[in-house]
Design a protein around this ligand. Structure first.
Ligand code: HEM
Length: 144
């Protein structure tokens, strides 16, 4: 089955997302903190819009159960894979939102715990990157 247009658009975005996040973190490494903060907020909002678009479109089109019948990959494997992917993605996005809100608050009050922030930042980056790679994998399983 040929991939629907929206699915290709969303997949391309998720291939780019880890690079967007990495370039925002790079701004922090270079001590350009204002740019680091602004880019984090912008990437988060953009990602939220893309996820919303995806969630609406996949429901209109019939969802995973509709697409999977055209795939050659084992159904039970795809289901387990999808559940793991969704869990990692949900934890990643919730932690990302928490990190943004708590960091902005702490930054304003000049009491950002750098060590904790860096650790959480790396965890968020890893979770979002794993979700993006797994999502891209799903695209190729469904529409190879
Ligand atoms: C929008 C709210 C945020 C604020 C106010 C903020 C602020 C900062 C500041 C001040 C630093 C420098 C710490 C230091 O080196 O002393 C920093 C570093 C860092 N931030 Fe953020 N940050 C925010 C969001 C994020 C998010 C959402 C992530 C992860 C996706 C992240 C990942 C990192 C990482 C990995 C570093 C360490 C860079 C290095 O190794 O030097 N930050 N951030």
């Amino acid at each position: 089955m040929q991939a629907p247009f929206y699915m290709t658009v969303v997949t391309i975005y998720f291939i780019i997302l880890p690079f967007l996040l990495a370039s925002s973190i790079f701004q922090a490494v270079k001590k350009r903190y204002k740019l680091h903060i602004k880019s984090q907020v912008a990437i988060f909002i953009l990602t939220f819009i893309i996820i919303l678009y995806f969630e609406i479109m996949i429901r209109i089109e019939g969802g995973f159960l509709y697409y999977k019948q055209y795939s050659g990959t084992s159904e039970s494997f795809m289901l387990i894979y999808l559940i793991i992917h969704i869990l990692i993605a949900i934890v990643g996005v919730i932690l990302w939102a928490y990190l943004i809100f708590s960091s902005i608050k702490a930054y304003k009050h000049k009491n950002l715990d750098n060590k904790r922030h860096k650790l959480l930042g790396k965890i968020v980056f890893s979770l979002i990157t794993i979700s993006s790679i797994m999502g891209t994998g799903m695209y190729f399983m469904l529409f190879e």
